[in-house]
Design a protein around this ligand. Structure first.
Ligand code: FES
Length: 244
């Protein structure tokens, strides 16, 4: 079983936060959950309904799943190399928090909420303007690197997944919310929590019509995911993918 190390959050405006190591049978705990939220452990499952294993991931593919709510989309990626072991980020309110790396044998597997912190652009079944852009693929959003970044093509914000989803350009002001993963002794991937500022509440208030179309109604969309979440590639999830 992979066990995460301690997650320590600190800052001038926030008391230090220590998150205990997580076990598959327990929940993560924080002394102060202001920037770390735990949820029911959710097993990720592939399109055939089988547990998603890290060994079966295709490098730099966008994998979409919904967590922690039925309608809040996330993207999981196995990056081209390990994420940083630690990175300090700051929320708009000044609270600092610390990203403690990716999951998997080499720490290259990460997941982030796919809700852009600027104006909540997110992947939809009809069209998508938000995605991870693989290395070697150019994006208008960020010319300091060729790919290897999350890009919101609505207004060209970019975020670097190796250091906690940090915002590196564009009108967004905060990082992406990290979805904390665990990989168990059978190599199965689980989603267990969310680190950093998040837009879940704002998002769940904003898209009533969309929730009705895709999930039945807002009440169903708001429900927390229990037990398992289906994972699909972005190209199967969305009919039209736009990337600038
Ligand atoms: S909504 Fe993402 S950059 Fe504006």
């Amino acid at each position: 079983m992979e066990r995460r190390g301690f997650l320590k959050l600190s800052g001038t405006t926030a008391a230090a936060i220590v998150v205990a190591p997580s076990l598959i049978t327990e929940t993560l705990r924080a002394e102060d959950g202001s920037l770390y939220e735990t949820y029911d452990k959710v097993m990720l499952k592939d399109a055939d309904g089988k547990p998603l294993k890290s060994a079966n991931l295709v490098k730099e593919e966008n994998y979409v799943f919904n967590f922690p709510h039925v309608a809040t989309p996330c993207i999981l990626v196995q990056l081209d190399g390990p994420a940083d072991k630690t990175a300090t980020l700051k929320a708009d309110d000044g609270t600092e928090y610390i990203f403690k790396g990716g999951s998997g044998k080499d720490g290259s597997i990460v997941a982030y909420s796919a809700i852009c912190p600027h104006q909540l652009t997110h992947p939809q079944p009809d069209t998508t303007f938000f995605q991870y852009v693989p290395t070697g693929t150019k994006t208008l959003a960020y010319d300091k690197a060729v790919g290897g970044v999350f890009v919101c093509s609505s207004h060209l914000s970019a975020f670097t997944p190796k250091d906690g989803g940090r915002r590196v350009t564009g009108p967004a002001t905060e990082a992406l919310t990290q979805i904390v993963l665990e990989i168990d002794e059978n190599d199965v991937i689980w989603a267990v929590g969310a680190l950093g500022p998040n837009k879940f509440h704002e998002y769940l208030k904003a898209f009533k019509g969309e929730f009705k179309k895709y999930y039945g109604n807002k009440r169903k969309a708001k429900k927390l995911v229990k037990t398992e979440a289906k994972v699909t590639t972005l190209k199967n999830f969305s009919k039209d993918i736009q990337q600038f």
